[in-house]
Design a protein around this ligand. Structure first.
Ligand code: KIV
Ligand code: ZN
Length: 508
């Protein structure tokens, strides 16, 4: 591995799976490991074989099936752990045993209740045992960043002499900061005499939100491998996020002067797979892979991005596997963003029409967070076709329950005349729509029905969108209300009014 490459050690399947609530089936782990191989990580830590039969099976299966990366398994510095770990990883073309023991005073005294000399002996014995099985042995002094430096340097030197090929320095509880952690890595390089015989690695947790910054600082100070997870998942506040480290190195190569072998175009796909399989959602403003990471809402920003994306994008969406950036139309969007979206949707509008549409757009944007293309279609039609409200809802009653036949009565004004009808249906919406059909007498097909909340809270406004078709004509209708039934009826009538306008205009 050339000096310019940082080794990416992915521990999504081991430390990531230790996230509260995340537990993966063996087959799901295999699927993820395959994707990690496509992403081209250098090392996959596939699990902790002694911790359960399922963990063992997953590590073994991944070792058997996944080609390319080194496959590592975790083991405490105990003979039984190491033997079990080897049983699982030995099927890999490039196996690694990763053994660890805590070295900080608080862990040594209160968790392990041993002396430092006993810990050092256990570490050396574990590395020697692992070395008896496999050439590639990683050792981690757990809680390194809170370990006394003399003992830390002493144990590192001893395990390298015992055969460790990788020394990993964990900031186990995310206690450190970039300056301090970088200095620690530099000091290890300077003060441990045999350090050049091993690869120096770091493993940072995110308790104070500095896992990525600490990892990057470590790289600046001589770390050659970083341990990280997709979406930054992991114990407590998580681990350093793989995608953030990789994209920081790529985007700021001028500063770090380092590369990785990651196929960055696979990042988004991997992130989505991890989120989907673990059930851990990615926060929208998460760097690189959050839903808003490449979304622009401010009018000034939209205008600039449309002229030249480099104004507000330091990396391209394509570089992480997204097809394009996202111009979010909402309250802060300007006329330019709106005009561009309308053009993209194929509308050719006069300046006067655009003025009116912009006005209506702003009114709607005050009520809902994001304006979708279907909303624009409704506004454009309203402005350009002058939709007439032929059918107007006067009232509705719905009778529904879990063991009764849903029935609806509706009163609709048609050209100033009030008409009433009642009908039964599969559900209350279906019953109401059937009652409306009896009044309107326009045979239509309901092709699509969607319901979404446009504001939050218990009294959220619900918005219903329906697509209604008759012969070759297809229209979209929208209705909003705090009552979803009312929203549903309004949406249907809105669509029927549009359809009627369309039919009447064609007939003229
Ligand atoms: O955070 C930690 O210290 C670990 C070690 C087992 C490497 O996950
Ligand atoms: Zn960890």
């Amino acid at each position: 591995m050339s000096e310019n490459y940082v080794i990416i050690f992915d521990t999504t399947l081991r430390d990531g799976e230790q996230s509260p609530g995340a537990s993966l089936e063996v087959q799901e782990k295999l699927m993820l490991a395959m994707q990690l191989a496509r992403l081209n990580v250098d090392v996959i830590e596939a699990g902790f074989p002694i911790s359960s039969p399922a963990q063992f099976d997953a590590v073994k299966l991944i070792a058997q099936e996944v080609k390319g990366p080194v496959i590592a398994g975790l083991a405490r510095s105990l003979a039984l752990d190491i033997d079990r770990c080897w049983e699982a990883v030995r099927f890999a073309k490039k196996p690694r045993i990763h053994t660890f023991i805590a070295t900080s005073q608080v862990h040594v005294k209160h968790k392990l209740r041993k002396s430092e000399d006993e810990i050092l002996e256990m570490a050396v014995a574990a590395v020697k045992r692992a070395k008896g099985y496999c050439e590639d042995v990683e050792f981690s002094p757990e809680d390194s960043s809170r370990t006394g430096k003399d003992f830390l340097f002493r144990i590192i030197e001893a395990v390298i002499d015992a055969g460790a090929t990788v020394i990993n320095i964990p900031d186990t509880v995310g206690y450190s900061n970039p300056e301090e952690f970088g200095n620690l890595i530099r000091e290890i390089r300077e003060k441990v005499p045999n350090i050049n015989q091993a690869i120096l690695s770091v493993h940072c947790h995110n308790d104070l939100g500095m896992a990525v910054a600490n990892s990057l600082s470590a790289i600046r100070n001589g770390a050659q491998q970083v341990e990280c997870t997709i979406n930054g998942i992991g114990e407590r506040a998580g681990n350093a996020s793989l995608e953030e480290i990789v994209m920081a190195l790529k985007t700021r190569k001028d500063f770090y002067g380092k590369e990785t072998r990651i196929r960055t175009e696979e990042i988004m796909k991997t992130s989505r797979m991890v989120s989907h399989l673990t059930g851990i959602v990615v926060q929208p403003n998460k760097a690189i892979v959050g839903a808003n990471a490449f979304a622009h809402e401010s009018g000034i920003h939209q205008d600039a991005v449309l002229k030249d994306a480099r104004t507000y994008e330091i990396m391209t969406p394509q570089s992480i596997g997204l097809a394009t950036n996202k111009i979010v139309l909402g309250r802060h969007s300007g006329r330019h963003g709106l005009k561009k979206r309308l053009e993209d949707l194929g509308y050719k509008l006069s300046a006067e029409e655009l003025d009116k549409i912009y006005q209506r757009f702003m009114e709607l944007a005050d009520k809902k967070k994001e304006i979708f293309d279907e909303d624009l279609a409704v506004i454009v039609e309203d402005i350009t076709r002058e939709i007439k409200e032929v059918y107007h809802l006067e009232y509705f009653h719905v009778f529904s329950g879990n063991n009764t036949i849903p029935t609806a009565t509706v009163g609709i004004k048609v050209n100033e005349k009030l008409l009433h009808e009642a009908a039964c249906g599969d559900g209350p919406v279906d019953a109401a729509y059937k009652a409306i059909d009896k009044i309107v007498q326009l045979p239509v097909k309901l092709e699509d029905y969607t319901l979404r909340a446009v504001t939050s809270g218990k009294d959220a406004l619900g918005e219903v969108g329906v697509t209604v078709a008759k012969d070759d004509k297809r229209v979209y209708g929208r209705g909003t209300s705090t009552d979803v039934l009312e929203a549903s009826i309004k949406a249907y009538l809105n669509a029927l009014n549009r359809l009627t306008t369309m039919i009447n205009q064609k007939g003229k």
